[in-house]
Design a protein around this ligand. Structure first.
Ligand SMILES: [Zn+2]
Length: 75
């Protein structure tokens, strides 16, 4: 497992992260439930790492998003 943000999915908001998770079902067709969310930092970029489990079959997975576009941006 890697936290290499170069491979992370770039998003513009947290809502977009959840939209992508919702649009990417488990192999069984079940919906992912986020069980853990962690901020990761690598080479000056920020990421959001979501650990998910399938509500239907119990499979687990990880989504890694690059949130540098909005995290830490000046208000
Ligand atoms: Zn499943």
């Amino acid at each position: 497992m890697t936290d290499d943000l170069a491979k992370a999915i770039r998003v513009d908001s947290v809502g977009q992260e959840y939209a992508i998770v919702a649009a990417t079902p488990c192999a069984c067709g079940g919906r992912w439930r986020v069980i853990r969310q962690a901020l990761v930092q690598h080479a000056g970029r920020f990421g959001d790492r979501l650990e998910v489990t399938c509500a239907q079959c119990g499979a687990t997975g990880v989504f890694l998003f690059d949130i540098s576009a909005f995290f830490g941006a000046p208000l």
